[in-house]
Write a protein that binds this ligand. Structure first.
Ligand code: NDP
Length: 296
């Protein structure tokens, strides 16, 4: 029987553990604080930020939220981030991407204090991850590590194929998989849009991690019998539903499930883990900055 991993259940367990950490910090007079900045009228970005804020509230993390007009000068965004960097009640700072075209994305990522960079996108934190000494693991790949652990999938010695090489999912995922550490030690192949014969690569994988943003790119014929399939993709496709669309992953679930031993659904797989790990990083940041150790 294929194990369909319940990401909501795993994420809830992580949140329950984090609640204990938040209580322990509170006992020492520390309330973790996460500041979010939104400079976009994109509906999906607004939804993501409000989900993050609600998740904070639910856990007892103080959520601070600032919104900027998308036409505002870039300096205004940088000034807000600088103020958040200085604020001792703010332990994590997150600028919701994407930012408007006139704002230099790289400059925004560099502007966040690396100790408060709970997304893990500051070059210093990217460097630390690559060097095998991560400060904050980026939330989605970290969540995938936790899902694999919860599903009893040992990565050591396995061949993992990551489809996608973005800075937020594919690259950090590959870097975590090759670490000399639990959740790593995998032989890792990274594929992208220029990869020749993607199916030949994925069929060689013990673990396939699909993060291409292309609906149902990977079907059962591209999966080896008994493999583990992690579907990161969230794609809107037209459908005869009330909203006129439905969400599908990068994996064609039904045919892949026939082959896989372990598979994550969309929705309800990787998605809930991303927010859980943002909360995790925020609690870790608060613990570090306040010098109050907690058991994470
Ligand atoms: P990006 O668009 O930044 O990157 C996509 C990557 O996939 C690129 O490296 C691209 O290659 C590669 N790719 C695209 N098409 C193909 C193809 N046909 N064959 C092989 N490789 C391909 O996306 P993200 O990494 O930001 O996100 C990926 C997906 O994951 C999206 O659907 C996104 O919505 C979802 N997501 C879900 C999250 C969650 O919490 N569930 C969190 C973050 C993302 P190239 O570099 O050559 O262009």
């Amino acid at each position: 029987m294929t194990h369909v991993v319940d990401g909501n259940a795993v994420a809830n367990r992580i949140r329950d553990d984090l609640r204990n950490c938040v209580d322990a910090l509170e006992d020492e007079g520390v309330t973790p604080g996460l500041a979010t900045v939104l400079m976009s009228e994109d509906a999906a970005s607004e939804t993501y930020v409000s989900m993050k804020q609600r998740a904070c509230e639910d856990l007892g993390i103080e959520g601070i939220h600032r919104e900027l007009d998308p036409d505002a000068p870039a300096d205004e965004l940088l000034e807000i981030v600088a103020a958040m960097n200085e604020d001792p009640d703010v332990h994590g700072v997150l600028v919701q991407m994407p930012v408007p075209d006139h704002v230099d994305r790289a400059a925004v990522l560099r502007s966040v204090d690396p100790r408060k960079d709970v997304d893990g996108f500051h070059p210093e934190n990217v460097g630390r991850l690559v060097a095998g000494n991560p400060r904050f693991k980026p939330c989605t790949p970290h969540g995938i590590q936790k899902l694999l652990e919860a599903a009893d999938v040992d990565t050591e010695g396995k061949h993992a194929v990551v489809v996608g090489r973005s800075d937020i999912v594919g690259k950090p995922m590959a870097n975590l998989l090759i670490q000399k550490a639990p959740g790593g030690n995998a032989t890792t192949t990274v594929c992208h849009s220029r990869t020749a014969d993607l199916g030949a690569k994925t069929r060689e994988a013990d673990i396939v991690i699909a993060a291409a943003g292309y609906p149902e790119l990977i079907d059962g014929s591209m999966i080896d019998e008994g493999a583990t399939v992690i579907d990161v993709g969230v794609n809107r496709v037209d459908a005869d539903t009330e909203k006129g669309y439905e969400l599908v992953g990068d994996v064609e679930f039904e045919s892949a499930k026939e082959k896989a031993d372990v598979i994550t659904p969309v929705p309800g797989g990787v998605g809930p883990m991303t927010i859980a790990m943002l909360l995790y990083n925020t609690v870790a940041a608060a613990s570090n900055q306040a010098d109050v150790p907690v058991e994470l």
